[in-house]
Design a protein around this ligand. Sequence first.
Ligand code: BES
Ligand code: MN
Ligand code: ZN
Length: 492
Amino acid sequence: MKITFIANKAVSSGCAVIAVKKSLKTGGGASDYVAAMGRNFKKVAKAAGFNGEKGKSFSVYAPEGVGVSRLLVCGIGDGKEFDAEMFGAKAAKAVMMDETTVTLHLGGMEVSPDAAARAAVGMRLAAYRFDQYRTKLPASKKPVLKTIKIACDEPAKARASYTKYHGPVCDGTVLARDLVNEPPNVIYPKAYAARIKKLEKLGLKVQILGEKRMKTLGMNTLLCVGQGSARESQMVIMTWSGGKKGDKPACIVGKGVTFDTGGISLKPGANMWDMKGDMGGSAAVVGAMAGLAARNAKANVVGIVGLVENMPDGNAVLPGDIITSMSGQTVEVQNTDAEGRLVLADCLHYASTKIKPKAMINLATLTGAILVALGTERAGVFSNNDKLAGQIAAASETTSEKTWRLPIGPEYDRLLDSPNADMKNIGGRLAGSITAAQFLQRFVGKGIPWAHIDVAGTAMKPSNRHDPRETTFGTGFGARLLNRWIADNFEG
Ligand code: BES
Ligand code: MN
Ligand code: ZN
């Protein structure tokens, strides 16, 4: 996809999408098309029941003499709550199957250069597909959109905003989506690690730990999850050193269960296929790291992902097994399906002791209970630090990857007590997402600001959400949020 930012004038090819305010107020290039239509514009708008209201639109063939073939007229109301990504996404959805070239006219509408860049992101996200395995898909079912032009008031600034930030960050989201969408016979721990290794071309340092190395380090809670699998477990450490030398890094950690059968505590068969997405947290971390590197972020950031496949097998971990974690704390595995927290326990301890970050966020498709609590609209945030929780809330608002904070505390922590070990890996029927967070917190180093984001409801697209930016199972949720968090808080 080719994306350019151009001056606010009418163009002479493809299809034009024009933003129109209430009472049919237009600006810039859009006004030229409207002028060319003369009195017909008002007539057609009226016939379509359109007066510039936000979210409404209609499409007309352009009259003779106007360079473009077709006009898609989109209302933005009074423009006050203009959502650039959503605008771009809806526009792409409307035209991408028929038009190869589209110009989005946002000039004269008080749309900032940043918003103009985000409109391009919305178009890219809406045009995203994952159809490389569909050998019989007819061409008519594939988007033909190739060239996007954004006509806006300050094209140079919008272009800079896109190339320096929104473009590379969007590449990260696309990477995260690809990773989640890939089937589990393609993305298993070693293959996944090999893909991450390729990101070294962006300037990231990528270190891969295999089972032997992890055994030496005592990472037994991570290893026990993969011990029933024929595929070797991996931990991958991505280092981005774009900040000042010696500056403590921020750390982002992801759950990468490439398939979660539940293990011996086997999941029911219906819809089990979607557990290929149980590496969504790690995909967001990988996508975020790729974005940071590609935009040359002025910050030091370490990304860590624990990659395992959770399988039932003669060698699998058993309910009742007691495992010693890297931290030395012992865990009674009462349910092998509560495996994500076992993987993250060693990742978080490794990060706390080896990286010693100034702040740490982990993302994980950790509990079905978060879907019960928040549905599929928001991810759950759990944190030991109000300032960090506030930073996440702010980043979430500006990226539209929505979150909501839930409580943690000693009264919940007690639910993990076990008579046989330092803790058990499940907390019982109540407050399932909170007890999972409590479990993770036990492996976070003292004094480190930390947050856990449970993305079980948001990393995989639910059938009841109709956001035009989400076109496939993998949403890439978190990659943009994490980039925003780093940009707002660690890049001078
Ligand atoms: N990967 C699942 C959580 C999940 C559920 C993600 C639905 C996405 C959609 C996790 O490993 C799991 O199985 N959690 C259990 C925990 C329970 C055994 C305490 C759950 O949520 O049922
Ligand atoms: Mn599980
Ligand atoms: Zn899982």
